[in-house]
Design a protein around this ligand. Structure first.
Ligand SMILES: [Fe+2]
Length: 175
């Protein structure tokens, strides 16, 4: 099963990213839900990073449709912050994602994939790190594209600052 695939797509022109996306319509705000949800690692509670996503429109949306894809289910600008771990989960929406890493959120930010129990529903999360078996991981440079199988249990470690991503959500098999 494919976990991720780097994509050879052009960088987003910088002028299209110089804007305050938090002024746009909020699509996703996991801050409350995530605050209530913690996992344990070696018996210690692990605090979750916040994840928020805002609408993308105008020239950036046109650029994405022309240069990446126009058949996404969602597209948005996602910011993750305030803790080192984006806790392992299966995505609630979609089967795979394409991400553009605007800034990874630190010097050693790693996306990790874990063995996923059969038939876990969308949005599923484990309660504890200790039984997880890592099956793959990647680091992606800033200003690059990656396709991720979000049906596989995955999480991010090593976030030290704000992590900014352009995020496209798709249904179906990863091409
Ligand atoms: Fe995810």
């Amino acid at each position: 099963m494919i976990t991720y695939r780097p994509l050879d797509l052009p960088k987003i022109p910088e002028e299209l990213l110089v804007q305050d996306f938090s002024q746009n319509k909020l699509q996703v705000d996991n801050s409350d839900r995530n605050r209530q949800f913690t996992m344990t690692r070696d018996g210690q509670a692990v605090q979750p990073a916040w994840n928020r996503r805002w609408e993308i429109n105008g020239a950036l949306l046109d650029w994405i449709k022309e240069n990446v894809s126009d058949r996404f289910h969602h597209v948005g600008y996602a910011v993750t912050q305030d803790a080192a771990d984006h806790l392992p989960h299966r995505d609630l929406i979609g089967d795979y994602k394409i991400y553009y890493v605007v800034q990874a959120g630190g010097d050693d930010v790693v996306t990790r994939f874990y063995q996923t129990p059969n038939d876990v529903p969308p949005g599923w999360r484990p309660e504890c790190f200790d039984d997880l078996i890592e099956i793959d991981s990647y680091r992606v440079p800033n200003e690059s594209w990656v396709m991720v199988n979000t049906r596989i249990l995955h999480g991010v470690t090593g976030i030290t600052g704000q992590r900014h991503m352009v995020s496209l959500t798709f249904y179906g098999e990863m091409p």
